[in-house]
Design a protein around this ligand. Structure first.
Ligand SMILES: NC(=O)c1ccc[n+]([C@@H]2O[C@H](COP(=O)([O-])OP(=O)(O)OC[C@H]3O[C@@H](n4cnc5c(N)ncnc54)[C@H](O)[C@@H]3O)[C@@H](O)[C@H]2O)c1
Length: 359
């Protein structure tokens, strides 16, 4: 049985070289990162074995997975092979599934290169690929033995990718505590753009975020219920992402705003707390509600299309779905929410007053 924990390290990839003996290791990365990935390893001359996959979400396809299996076969990958995934969440999701299924499971090491993958995708053992247009429908749990975070990777990340990752980090702060949330408010107060934050601040931000996710994973490694709190902002967020084409974190930020509105309707969340979260999101350039997200993407907001996608949510059971309801900072609970309640948040958005807010 595979362990459901990972050792997390901070530092240069080359410092952890002994975890990846060249004769056992196969490295998988994306086209844009290949050059930089090999420069960070002291092994090029020793003839490291590399698998290169397309960039971003496009690598999470069945055809790409098949090409990974062919490469593993060519490289004589055996049960003691270590698959080292260097990249963002897309590469680690693909590699995780390949590692889980190759010879019924080989060791996986993840070297995350985006903020989102450092705080979220690399942590928790989930992996997946997409089928047709449906994201993450084929997947499994396969925990990496090691996660190696070299914060310096973030310096080449686009501002949008960085801010998108920041949304998930803010989500973790809301789940965690007042103190964690204030940590972000203090960063926001400096008015330093995310791309100019120093490595030390990033390292602290990442460590704090990982701790929150790890706490949920420890309580519920295989995502049966407690861990669903990590979906805060995602029920609306996934639908917003599909309709706007915005980066995941931007859509989740707007989804958090919508979840907060639902919680205020339920008298679970104080309006003042909703305003405080919205203000923090906006200070990082993130949308804080659904109309802001559609305005940012320059798309017309059609509430019925949004509701249709929410009705198709994987977590739906009949007329209800499990929903992460914020009661306050540090207090997000999983509760059954009816589709009518979700409609109460979305339907009024077609009102001319709310449409005016987009301009
Ligand atoms: N398994 C999980 O628990 C989990 C959790 C959250 C998200 N995810 C998945 O993660 C994926 C998104 O991952 P992501 O946000 O890390 O993005 P990504 O992996 O899709 O990468 C986004 C882009 O950034 C580029 N990139 C990566 N690192 C870079 C760097 N250091 N410098 C410059 N460019 C770089 C990539 O080549 C790509 O073009 C989605 O498929 C999502 O479903 C998985």
């Amino acid at each position: 049985m595979q362990a459901n924990t990972s050792a997390i390290h901070f530092g240069r990839l080359s410092e952890y070289w002994e975890l990846m003996p060249p004769e056992k290791s196969i490295f998988i990365t994306s086209t844009t990162l290949r050059q930089r990935a090999s420069e960070r390893l002291p092994i090029e001359s020793a003839g490291a074995r590399w698998i290169e996959v397309p960039d971003g979400e496009s690598c999470k396809r069945l055809q790409v997975l098949e090409s990974v299996y062919h490469a593993l076969l060519r490289f004589d990958a055996a049960p003691d092979t270590v698959l080292v995934a260097i990249g963002g969440g897309s590469v680690s999701d693909l590699a995780g599934f390949a590692a889980h299924t190759w010879m019924r499971g080989i060791e996986l090491i993840i070297v995350p290169t985006t903020l989102l993958s450092m705080i979220d995708a690399s942590v928790g053992g989930k992996n997946a690929i997409d089928i047709d247009c449906t994201k993450n429908v084929v997947g499994s749990f396969h925990f990496p033995t090691h996660i190696i975070c070299e914060v310096n990777w973030l310096s080449s990340l686009s501002e949008r990718e960085l801010v998108s990752g920041m949304a998930e980090a803010i989500k973790h702060a809301v789940l965690d505590s007042e103190e964690h949330f204030r940590f972000f408010e203090q960063i926001a107060d400096t008015h330093i753009p995310p791309a100019q934050l120093d490595d030390k601040t990033f390292e602290e931000l990442i460590r704090r975020s990982q701790e929150v996710k790890l706490r949920y994973i420890k309580a519920d490694p295989y995502d049966s219920r407690t861990r669903h709190a990590l979906n805060y902002g995602h029920t609306f967020g996934h639908a917003i992402e599909l309709l706007t084409g915005l980066q995941h974190g931007y859509a989740v930020a707007a989804g958090m705003g919508a979840a907060n509105a639902l919680a205020v309707f339920r008298h679970a969340l104080a309006p003042v707390t909703m305003a405080r979260i919205a203000s923090l999101l906006r200070s990082f350039g993130l949308p804080s509600d659904i109309p802001e997200a559609f305005a940012m993407a320059d798309r017309a907001l059609e509430p019925e299309a949004l509701l249709e996608l929410i009705r198709a949510d994987k977590k739906r059971r009949g007329k209800e779905l499990d929903f992460a309801v914020p009661y306050g900072i540090g207090d997000v609970r999983i509760e059954a929410v009816s589709l009518d309640e979700l409609a109460n948040v979305v339907s009024p958005l077609s009102h001319p007053d709310s449409m005016r807010r987009k301009q």
